[in-house]
Write a protein that binds this ligand. Structure first.
Ligand code: IMP
Length: 178
């Protein structure tokens, strides 16, 4: 798997340090509020697991699943919900946890869906943010790293379902796509 990586952008150490900082930030903001972390599957599962452990306050965890990518590196533009969430949002302080904010179509769709369930508050925490790619106006409240326009794999991010289990974030050699 490592041989397929062209460049490492975020090392395991950089990731772990940043997650610890985000955990501290959220801990200060949400102490006493028992936030509900809603992880967006599949990409957020590793970030959410690390963030939840860095967050050292009472919280609950739910998952929601959407898909828009098929097997390629470009979004299809059509967001489909493949796992909805029950009536657990109402009056809760919700933090949506996402792997990467790219065009914004996924989070725009999810934000509207979750807001319709009347949470007490709703914020977005994404590990990577690619602002140059945005197609809709949406921003995250908590960002791990603002990144340049590239296609990333690792730390939950996949290409055609693989590479999610790399402990760092990198780009693939062009030969892998052909
Ligand atoms: P958006 O709807 O375009 O913002 O895309 C969000 C979703 O696209 C993310 O949750 C990822 O699953 C996927 N995605 C966007 N950029 C990348 C990338 O660089 N690598 C892997 N997946 C990505």
């Amino acid at each position: 798997m490592k041989n397929d990586i062209e460049k490492v952008y975020y090392s395991e150490e950089m990731i772990q340090n940043r997650v610890r900082e985000l955990g501290q930030e959220l801990k200060t903001e949400y102490a006493g509020k028992k936030p509900l972390l809603v992880g967006v599957l599949k990409g957020s599962f590793i970030f959410l697991a690390d963030l939840a452990r860095a967050l050292d306050i009472h919280c609950e965890i739910e998952f929601i699943a959407v898909s828009s990518y098929g097997n390629g590196t470009e979004t299809s533009g059509e967001v489909k919900m493949t796992k909805a969430i029950g009536d657990v949002i109402r009056d809760r302080h919700v933090i949506v946890v996402e792997d990467i904010l790219d065009t914004g179509l996924t989070l725009d769709y999810l934000k509207k869906y979750l807001l319709s369930m009347n949470p007490a508050s709703l914020k977005i925490c994404t590990f990577l943010d690619k602002p140059s790619r945005r197609k809709v106006q949406i921003s995250a409240d908590y960002v791990g790293f603002e990144c340049i326009d590239a296609f990333y794999v690792g730390y939950g991010l996949d290409y055609a379902g693989e590479y999610r289990n790399l402990p760092y974030i990198g780009s693939l050699k062009p030969a892998i796509y052909s």
